[in-house]
Design a protein around this ligand. Structure first.
Ligand code: FES
Ligand SMILES: [Fe+2]
Length: 384
């Protein structure tokens, strides 16, 4: 976040210490529970939100050397993400001979990638390098038999890929997020920790868990609550949302926002539509990306990104402990557990709707952005 933007946010937060409701409009919004249960809704979300928007599939530091690769899934598409001499590529992880998965390992490093079936071999930039028994085929057009590549871009250190349509991460992020993330220098960070787990909940329940701070003093009463004031400010950067919560240290500036420090005295959250959440802790940040598996299961990938550079043993251990605490206690046992808890009641008939108040504005905006995107896609299909 640029200094002048930080200054304005910090002024609003300091003002909110005295008047915590000044920026909170009372309202009640009802969302039908069917949006978390319906297979048809999920199919539309996959097609519109997950296929036609840039999705975070890696951090560039996870592919540090030429030849480094990772495999992953984006929807039903197996991915092979590589670093070649000319940069990062995202391919469909399918051999062009008869479609075996070219690479099975989750990650590794190799100058050549050889299919396990008949040993067709590719370079990290996707070019077909060698075909055993090539003389037994009619002339093979090597140029046409390179790995199938998806549009991808490295921006703010994150590797974004898109299954369908034109990829333009900067315009998708919009000026607020693009500027903020540039100033945080995510490209100068490294991925030091990572968990990858399946949670028994609709993917939107996990996004909901990180979209509002109303639950901070209750759900997180024994973990995070002691560090935070119940004060936050929100900016609608549709389809994304920025929220900044005040840490208790903000009281020490005694009303003078110019003495506040964004990383020390606040936690900045971004909901990067549709499926990524960035949470800026004082010394590192959480990058969470969620991928629906079915209507009530979601894969949650949590990366720890920390500033690159030399770090002594003590500092490394402190970071590792901090990641373990946030990941296992706060996220897994509190936020993700409550998402599973909600999923378990949705089909019971107890509620036809979930109800959102003014302190759940971030969640309301996320669902409004989701509804608007699905509606716009329907409208575009009607026009065709
Ligand atoms: S399927 Fe890969 S070499 Fe045959
Ligand atoms: Fe939470």
């Amino acid at each position: 976040m640029r200094p002048e933007v930080q200054a304005r946010v910090l002024e609003r937060l300091v003002a909110a210490i005295d008047q915590p409701r000044a920026e909170v409009a009372p309202r009640s919004t009802r969302l039908s529970v069917s949006r978390y249960l319906d297979e048809g809704e999920l199919a539309r979300e996959r097609e519109v939100l997950f296929a036609r928007r840039p999705i975070v599939v890696a951090h560039a530091s996870e592919l540090a050397e030429v030849g480094a690769f990772r495999t992953d899934m984006l929807g039903d598409v197996p991915l092979l993400i590589t670093r070649a001499q000319d940069g990062v590529h995202v391919f469909v992880n399918a051999c062009r001979h008869r479609g075996a998965r070219l690479v099975d390992a989750p990650a590794g490093c190799s100058k050549l990638l050889t299919c396990p079936y008949h040993a067709w071999t590719y370079r990290p930039d996707g070019r077909l390098f060698r075909v055993p028994g090539e003389d037994t085929f009619d002339a093979l057009d090597h140029a046409a038999l390179g790995l199938r590549e998806l549009p991808s871009e490295v921006r703010h250190g994150l590797v974004w890929a898109q299954l369908d349509g034109q990829l333009d991460v900067a315009s998708f992020l919009g000026p607020v997020l693009d500027d903020d993330l540039e100033a945080f220098d995510l490209a100068g960070h490294v991925a030091l920790g990572r968990t990858d787990r399946v949670v028994s909940a609709n993917w939107k329940l996990v996004m909901d868990a990180f979209a509002e701070g109303y639950h901070l003093s209750s759900l997180h009463s024994k973990s995070l609550a002691r560090f935070f004031l119940e004060v936050s400010v929100l900016d609608d950067c549709a389809p994304h949302v920025r929220q900044v919560g005040a840490r208790k240290t903000l009281l020490e500036v005694k009303g003078d926002a110019s003495r506040a420090d964004l990383r020390r005295d606040t936690t900045v959250f971004y909901d990067v539509f549709p499926n990524t959440v960035l949470v800026f802790h004082p010394d590192w940040l959480s990058a969470l990306t969620v991928f629906p598996l079915d209507v009530d299961h979601v894969r949650v990938v949590h990366r720890m990104l920390a500033p690159d550079g030399p770090r002594d043993e003590d500092a490394s251990q402190r970071l590792a402990r901090s990641f373990a605490h946030i990941d296992e206690q706060v996220f897994l046992k509190e936020d993700l557990a409550i998402a599973e808890s909600i999923q378990s009641t949705l089909a019971s008939g107890a509620n036809e709707h979930v109800l959102l108040g003014g302190l759940e504005e971030g969640m309301r905006l996320f669902h409004a952005a989701r509804d608007a995107a699905l509606e716009a896609a329907l409208e575009a299909a009607r026009q065709e």
